[in-house]
Design a protein around this ligand. Structure first.
Ligand SMILES: Cc1ncc(COP(=O)(O)O)c(C=O)c1O
Length: 398
């Protein structure tokens, strides 16, 4: 089928988005792996730990108890209670059970929130570098992405002043992801409070992607949910994927006002219905049991971040900001772009994959031209081997 024929068949909205770059990289890597190539994988955005035992046991018990039927769309009340109580304990938020919805993955919570809030032409402020899916999900809904540039020299910090300058009469929403994917930048508590005021006073929605909120290495994690007076304009998007090493389970949630939550539930009722019943039981175990596993994961990620940064910046020409959270580093590769026929970060990542057998994601996917994203939840041996391969490959270009 030709492209023009296909564009007559398919709806305009599907033509506005791309396949997620991280998924595309994973697919390319899988092809090479199937051919027997030994890859060092810095591409995957997920913890390398297995899901903790007590969470798996809860899911197994749910199967054995035949807890395998449909549930109510937003998740069983016991789970929604666990979500609001966990959030209240950790961040002094104040959500009722019907202000929480459990979703099959945090990405769906985000997708649905954008669908119910954004009209054609609405502006959504998105700080750069951004996680790949934000842009496409906004565009799928017909929204206009207003990119907010940040400075690498300032650790890609997002400030209230910068947000204020980007607001126009057409601004419907602001997306913040702190700590961020890919740069690990954190919005300070003071800036967050000012941004909440800015949004609330103007009737702008603040979509707060807190998927890495527990992986904040800069200080005590903060959540926009603490600003209970602004609940009407705040949508918290949460995920169990990274916090509890549960990426494959598809477990996310949203916390928002009753009217936003009711509309999220309405949309979910016409698509996925409830998230998997068994996963709901596992999520209760994750949220209500001891949070020691989260502390342990966090400590190991800090150690791996420092190890990865040291190895990477020992390669001549590579500079890198120090991420304050999440589990990625976002090195600046401009010293090598323009060398050996490599013109873009995408070409660099492609050559690293095929020639050095190292998987990473090019910066273009996150809105910057000179970086690559390296995910460090791997073993130290893998960090040694991957950075050795990168160093050798890059040395040949120099
Ligand atoms: C910033 C951000 N938000 C949301 C998600 C989605 O997480 P999940 O759908 O696995 O809950 C991811 C996953 O990589 C992410 O990096």
């Amino acid at each position: 089928m030709t492209v023009s024929a296909s564009s007559q068949i398919f709806a305009d909205r599907i033509g506005r988005i791309e396949v997620s770059a991280t998924m595309a990289v994973a697919a390319e890597a899988a092809k090479l792996r199937a051919q027997g190539v030994n890859l060092v994988d810095f591409g995957a955005g997920e913890p390398h730990f297995p899901t903790p035992r007590h969470i798996k046991d809860a899911a197994i018990a749910a199967i054995e108890a035949n807890f395998t039927r449909y549930t109510v769309v937003p998740g069983i009340p016991e789970l929604r209670k666990a979500i609001v109580e966990r959030h209240a304990t950790d961040f002094a938020s104040d959500y009722a059970i019907d202000e929480a919805i459990f979703t099959p993955g945090g990405k769906l919570a985000l997708f649905n929130a954008i669908q119910i809030l954004i009209e054609h032409g609405d502006e959504v402020i998105l700080p750069v570098p951004y996680w790949v899916s934000f842009k496409d999900i906004i565009q799928y809904a017909g929204g206009k992405v207003v990119f907010l540039e940040t400075q690498e020299a300032e650790n890609f910090r997002i400030t209230a002043d910068a947000i204020e300058k980007a607001i126009t009469p057409h601004t419907k929403a602001i997306i913040l992801n702190s700590p961020s994917n890919p740069a690990g930048s954190v919005v300070s508590a003071a800036d967050l409070e000012r941004i909440v005021h800015l949004a609330h006073d103007r009737g702008i929605f603040l979509l707060l992607d807190e998927c890495y909120v527990y992986l904040n290495y800069a200080g005590k994690p903060v959540s926009g949910g603490s600003f209970t007076w602004a609940k009407e304009h705040i949508v918290i998007l949460g995920s169990l994927s990274k916090t509890y090493a549960m990426t494959g389970w598809r477990a996310g949630f949203a916390l928002a006002s009753k009217s936003v939550t009711a509309n999220l539930s309405k949309l979910q009722s016409q698509s996925t219905s409830n998230a998997t019943s068994i996963v709901q039981k596992a999520a209760i175990a994750a949220l209500t049991s001891s949070q020691e596993c989260v502390c342990n994961f966090r400590a190991e990620f800090i150690d791996l971040r420092d190890y990865m940064l040291a190895k990477l910046t020992a390669i001549p020409g590579i500079t890198c900001t120090k991420p304050e959270g999440a589990f990625y580093v976002y090195p600046n590769m401009s010293a090598y772009i323009g060398k050996g026929g490599i013109k873009t970060a995408t070409e660099l990542a492609t050559r690293l994959l095929h020639e050095a057998h190292v998987v990473c994601v090019p910066g273009e996917a996150f809105g910057t031209a000179e970086h690559i994203r390296i995910s460090y939840p791997v073993t130290k041996q893998n960090i040694d081997e991957g950075t050795r391969r990168m160093g050798e490959f890059l040395a040949k270009l120099a």
